[in-house]
Design a binder for this molecule. Structure first.
Ligand code: G
Ligand code: G
Ligand code: MN
Ligand code: NA
Length: 250
């Protein structure tokens, strides 16, 4: 496959880039951090993740690429902290394949361990990924938290986690999937559901982030519901580090 062959060369060729989507405190709208999202600069085209992440996962290339992501996000976070924003955090997404790699803990300890005392990197994992093997996942997430990373459950509400399971997970935050936020202002059922998700999360001492906030009305409702943080096109799309700096650090 041409795609696979091209992806094999993409790391050495320096073709991967990270874009950063800002995340804000819902009440004060203070900038809290960013989510790093992988892009592939292949020739003249910026290839979106939906077109190449499945291939990286199938081939196992996601393991070295994921480590590049962690390393690169760390460098960006350290630079931003030193120059512009002393408490900014950057979250990276982890796929199932990476969590199951034999040397996962060693590899992440090597990258993030030196900053464990003042860790700027957080981790996002999906519910379905964790459900595959709850005991092992719990152990891995504990290791990441020992490195000072905050752990977020991504796309929350789209999987099948039981309450019992959610209470046991070593997580710091849930990110409510954007499909719920899209319906928030138009569906009383969704409004009820999101209200209950936030109450439940807070009762378990989990912070709540709303994803995919596109309209002012959604942001207003989320503030009313005491949602902790917001992310979405209303506040900023994923953008290059340069554009992020120009927009938020001036
Ligand atoms: O912007 P958006 O199209 O960037 O991202 C699409 C999906 O790709 C997201 O749901 C995200 O989980 C996944 N993704 C983006 N960057 C990374 C990455 O660095 N690693 C992994 N494993 N997934 C990523
Ligand atoms: O990791 P995760 O599955 O949460 O990936 C986030 C995805 O959501 C990325 O593809 C990102 O570009 C996209 N995204 C972020 N904010 C918005 C938004 O406000 N609206 C829509 N439609 N997509 C968004
Ligand atoms: Mn994510
Ligand atoms: Na998500």
């Amino acid at each position: 496959l041409t795609l696979e062959r091209d992806l094999r060369h993409a790391i050495e060729a320096g073709e991967f880039v990270l874009h950063y989507q800002p995340k804000f405190h819902a009440g004060t709208q203070r900038l809290l951090g960013a989510e790093a999202l992988l892009r592939w600069q292949h020739g003249d085209t910026l290839v979106p993740p939906s077109e190449f992440i499945p291939v990286l996962e199938e081939t196992g290339l996601i393991v070295p690429v994921g480590r590049w992501v962690a390393h690169h996000a760390l460098e960006t976070a350290l630079r931003w902290r030193a120059l512009h924003h002393p408490s900014i955090r950057i979250a990276v997404n982890l796929s199932a394949r990476e969590l199951r790699s034999a040397d996962f803990v060693e590899a992440y300890t090597a990258i993030l361990g030196p900053h464990a005392g003042d860790q700027p990197i957080d981790i996002e994992v999906t519910e379905s990924l964790l459900m595959d093997d709850v005991d092992h996942s719990t152990h891995l997430l504990d290791s990441l938290r020992e490195l000072g990373c905050r752990v977020a459950i991504d796309d929350f509400g789209t999987g099948y986690s039981s309450l019992n399971y959610l209470a046991r997970l070593p997580a710091d935050e849930i990110k409510i999937d954007q499909s719920f936020i899209a319906l928030l202002a138009h569906s009383p059922e969704t409004m009820g559901l999101v209200t209950n998700i936030i109450t439940l999360a807070h009762s378990l001492s989990l912070q709540v982030v709303a994803e995919g906030v596109e309209e002012e009305e959604q942001a207003k409702l989320l503030r009313l519901l005491r949602c902790d943080a917001v992310q979405g096109f209303l506040f900023g799309k994923p953008m290059s580090a340069k554009d992020f700096g120009a927009r938020f650090f001036n």
